[in-house]
Design a protein around this ligand. Structure first.
Ligand code: PDD
Length: 285
């Protein structure tokens, strides 16, 4: 596997960073995950926009222009083998003596990028759906920043794994749903697709945007608004979206069936439309 680190491409085994990197010491950095289909980068502009938002959010100057990012990304995609890949971009505030305050004068940010094969969710998972558990969203109040400091998300996701499930659905203040530990969550009730608003309490998902665009373009009833926890627990369907999982049906929540316990009509429709949409990207070159 070839990776990119601070201006150079190299085998992952050769990549080294100093232990005083602020990403290692403080989790002081941001990241992006970008899918690549048939060597075409999916929604690059949106991912680079979200990256800028994350960097602004932690007051770190963007180390590259969009044109430079595009060049590095194209080169990395070229140097890796599979047709479908997912790119992981990681930028930290760089290497400096340990001090919480930003290094002054600023130091060079660390820029790391790797590519892994992207595997579509297996057919049996799409047929059965996945299980989820619910938990209190105990993260900070800037979940719109794609921060590398993911300890809360790690602990929350592990609750799902410990229960034999795939994802944890996060509820704030016992009242409303925000997202999953590493995904966005949609609720379906009476044929309507409900999505929580993009605010500081959730990551503005690129897949989330695509799903809402698809819904609008295909006259699927949908509404973006705060979703009460009670609506999650009485949903007809629950859907999970992310760059690596695309759209997945959640068929159990806290051990109880969601709706009739099978992937529903909304999932099937959105999944098919999503696959069609991907094909337009794959035909891009
Ligand atoms: N995570 N919310 C959170 C907390 C996430 O970590 C993710 C994605 C999403 C979905 O965003 P998108 O559709 O842009 O992938 C929502 C990535 C895949 C990860 O951390 O690996």
């Amino acid at each position: 596997m070839t990776i990119y680190l601070n201006g150079e491409y190299m085998p992952i085994e050769e990549a080294k960073i100093p232990v005083l990197d602020r990403g290692f010491i403080f989790g002081d950095g941001v990241y992006e995950v970008i899918p690549v289909y048939s060597r075409n980068v999916f929604r690059l502009e949106s991912h680079l926009r979200r990256l800028r938002h994350s960097l602004d959010g932690i007051r770190l100057i963007n180390p590259h222009s969009d044109a430079e990012w595009t060049d590095i990304i194209s080169e990395l995609v070229k140097r890796n083998e599979t047709q479908d890949q997912y790119l992981y971009l990681h930028i930290t505030r760089g290497v400096a003596k340990r001090d919480h305050a930003f290094p002054s004068p600023p130091v060079k940010p660390t820029v790391f990028m790797m590519s892994n094969p992207l595997l579509a969710p297996p057919a049996d998972l799409l047929k059965s759906g996945v299980g989820a558990v619910s938990a209190e969203d105990n993260r900070w109040l800037r979940c719109d920043i794609k921060a590398i400091a993911l300890l809360p998300n790690v602990l929350l996701r592990q609750l799902a794994i410990d229960a034999g499930c795939a994802e944890t659905i996060l509820i704030r203040e016992n009242e409303f749903m925000t997202e999953g530990a590493a995904s966005n969550i949609f609720v379906v009730k009476n044929g309507k697709l409900l999505a929580p608003p993009k605010d500081n309490l959730m990551l503005p998902g690129i897949t989330y945007d695509v799903v809402l665009e698809i819904a609008a373009a295909n006259q699927i009833p949908h509404e973006v608004r705060r979703i009460a926890a009670t609506e999650v627990f009485s949903a007809d369907e629950l859907l999970l979206t992310s760059s690596t999982k695309e759209v997945l049906p959640i068929t159990t929540l806290d051990g109880k069936p969601v709706g009739n316990g099978k992937p529903g009509a909304m999932f099937t429709r959105l999944h098919n439309l999503y696959q069609e949409f991907k094909l337009t990207v794959m035909r891009a070159t």
